[in-house]
Design a protein around this ligand. Structure first.
Ligand code: LUB
Length: 208
């Protein structure tokens, strides 16, 4: 058999047409998702049309429908990405191996700035407010965020750092405070002062 160049390993082999096509589909879906988040955050679910999203992305309506069956499927996908990003913030804070109370305050602070800076977070919060208008199974709101804070606050309680209330009650108060503060900040300052508001919540509820 004539000497043949060794077959490149998969790691070195240039991407095939199928892989390039798949990568392009992933990128297109992400582009549509971001445009949907921008539209939902700015106009609200009821007012947004698939044409809006096509125009925001420069795609045809058909291209959008290829990835998402309807507007409800888009809302569900944006909501899922919203919770994925909240979990990602929590994972990053956990990786810093902070003591429990600094872990809680760091997570609250980063969540607040994500509300200010991340349109997917802004869209997720608004979609949950509009959930009764969306014929799609959105995740149950507040549950996971509250349970995570309660787990971390329970560590603080077991270390004797939390005496004012039970971890569960404290977690509910913090989630209500953060959710309320980001909503008030959105209405009054388009979330410009959300970071200051969350610092005030932390200073009042978790002093020292
Ligand atoms: C402040 C943490 C709560 C979080 O922020 C907005 C929102 C939307 O419902 C949330 C959720 O569902 O967990």
């Amino acid at each position: 058999m004539a000497d043949e160049a060794p077959r490149p390993s998969a790691a070195r082999r240039p991407a095939g047409r199928g892989e390039l096509k798949q990568e392009r589909a992933v990128q297109t879906r992400a582009q549509i998702l971001r445009a949907a988040a921008e539209a939902f955050a700015a106009k609200g679910f009821p007012a947004v049309t698939i044409l809006d999203i096509a125009e925001l992305t420069g795609m045809t309506k058909g291209a959008v429908y290829f990835h998402f069956a309807n507007k409800e499927a888009l809302a569900a996908a944006v909501a899922d990405e919203f919770y994925h990003r909240l979990r990602g913030l929590a994972d990053a804070v956990t990786a810093e191996e902070l003591p429990p109370l600094p872990r809680v305050t760091t997570y609250l602070t980063r969540t607040a700035t994500a509300f200010r800076d991340d349109v997917v977070i802004q869209a997720g919060a608004r979609l949950q407010l509009e959930r009764s208008l969306i014929d799609s199974a959105l995740p149950q709101p507040y549950r996971d965020y509250t349970a995570l804070l309660a787990r971390w606050l329970d560590e603080a309680a077991r270390a004797g750092e939390l005496t004012a209330a039970t971890p569960e009650a404290f977690a509910r108060v913090l989630v209500a405070s953060l959710f309320g503060a980001q909503h008030i900040s959105w209405v009054l300052t388009d979330r410009a002062d959300i970071a200051d508001r969350i610092q005030e919540i932390i200073q009042v509820t978790l002093p020292g």
